[in-house]
Design a binder for this molecule. Sequence first.
Ligand code: ATR
Length: 273
Amino acid sequence: MTIKAFVIGHPIAHSRSPLIHGTWLAEHGIDGSYEAIDVSPEALPGFFERLRSGEFAGGNVTIPHKEAVFELCDTVDPLAEQIGAVNTLVARNGKVHGTNTDYLGFLGNLDAGSPGWSDSLDRALVLGAGGAARAVIVALQSRGIPILLLNRTRATADKLAAEFEGDITVATLDALADAAPHAGLVVNTTSVGMHGTRFEGFDATALRPDTLVTDIVYSPLVTPLLADARAQGLRTVDGLGMLLHQAVPGFEAWFGVRPNVTPDLRARIEATL
Ligand code: ATR
């Protein structure tokens, strides 16, 4: 029997997930499908009934449903609760389990792009305190890494930090120059960098020569932040791998095979940017 999976969103046309999962299905010769389905917010409860009926093994959830699905899932992973979003659903025995694989995508991307990056890392500078910062914080804390959260608006960062236990300190972006010598990792979690926009006042020359710089923005692939870091001779990991690696656990749960993020897959997705 064909195993079926999906990505639901509204609209859904721009999702790259069908290409990622379709590539893996073909590579592994699996009798399966992965389709993009446009589901409006009103239609979401009805879609969950289809899920419980066993029509699908599961699927991905994207905008605007990542928060709304919490109420509809039978069980939700505690880490997804902490991240505040569900991006992956697994249907089994008439029940739907919600999880979030973005933090695994973040870790998988850095593990592949800069092996050993988290060994004896002193501190991570996390830029931004929005939704995407949550997955990055969960990821970093899973490796026991102390965090300095830098945000344009201090109050937003204070509020976010208060939701997490563990070592998180907060400052505004203008603290970057003082903080930079104490951090082996810089992560941009904001949308700054999309379409080539720049952080005002971000000075890459303040960073330590051994600092690794990564961005969750992947369009353009080399954001101004990464370009500035490279110009200083620093190591960088771009954000595209996070998109690819976050897809791995879902595929494994639905189709029973752990897929690889290959250069060929990356090239295929890169061609769509
Ligand atoms: P998401 O949920 O997708 O992460 P968001 O909640 O809008 O998006 O969060 C965007 C983050 O990017 C916030 O931390 C925001 O800073 P503020 O809290 O000060 O708004 C940050 N951000 C957005 N545009 C920015 C800019 N031009 N310069 C600095 N930070 C910016």
